[in-house]
Design a protein around this ligand. Structure first.
Ligand SMILES: N[C@@H](CCC(=O)N[C@@H](CS)C(=O)NCC(=O)O)C(=O)O
Length: 211
């Protein structure tokens, strides 16, 4: 299988970390692609009309996109603990964490448009601040959630945790938001997670290319 990837994408990294965690990384040929609404990537557009990575090419006739869909597919190819647990309450905890992580990454991208990617005269600081408030509230939510769960932390990582770790790693990498401030449990949780071989094998790198 081929994974159209980007070395500085939180969504693509979520898929690759997940593949490492379930022992499928070696079955993926990882191919870096630059994407941006300002830089049309024909290869990516030919496979995903949204022009975004990650994209998984299973074979010529079967292509998947959106990180959540790809992870769901990969999760059906192994015999270990599910990344997307089947049973409540762990299923809903994982999917809700994944949704929060997606929101952090989406808002972080908006922050970057309003602070550095748009031409300076087109930036709107109030919109940037609105997205930063969402990220702050999401990180506060995670701090409270992880504090409440501390005694029950021993399970194989699920997609919610992988998504949170890869989103936090990206907002730190891009210096979008200092999530550690006043959030000791979230910071400690993230630092532990970042030591996993799956995270160490997939570090973020590279600059955004908008043209
Ligand atoms: N919801 C999608 C988001 C994917 C996404 O936004 N990917 C970015 C890379 S970080 C992209 O390719 N952006 C290009 C564009 O917006 O045109 C997912 O989870 O896969």
């Amino acid at each position: 299988m081929k994974l159209l990837y980007q070395t500085h994408s939180p969504y693509a990294r979520k898929v690759l970390v997940a593949a490492h965690e379930i022992g499928l990384a070696e079955r993926l040929e990882v191919i870096h692609h630059e994407t941006s609404p300002l830089l049309r990537n024909e290869t990516v557009f030919a496979l995903n009309p949204l022009g975004k990575v990650p994209v998984l090419i299973v074979d010529e006739a079967f292509v998947l996109f959106d990180s959540g869909v790809i992870v769901d597919y990969l999760d059906g190819l192994h015999e270990g603990p599910r990344l997307i647990p089947a049973q409540a309450p762990r299923r809903w905890r994982a999917l809700r964490l994944q949704a929060i992580a997606l929101g952090i990454a989406d808002a972080g991208i908006e922050v970057r448009w309003e602070s550095e990617r748009r031409p300076a005269e087109l930036r709107w600081p109030a919109l940037r601040d609105g997205h930063l408030r969402k990220i702050a509230a999401a990180c506060d939510f995670l701090e409270r959630a992880f504090a409440a769960e501390e005694a029950d932390a021993a399970h194989a990582p699920d997609i919610g945790e992988i998504a949170v770790a890869t989103a936090l790693s990206w907002i730190e990498f891009r210096e979008v938001y200092a999530f550690r401030s006043d959030r000791p449990r979230l910071a400690a949780w993230y630092d532990r997670f970042a030591e996993r071989p799956s995270m160490r094998a997939t570090t973020l790198s590279g600059a955004t290319q908008d043209g």
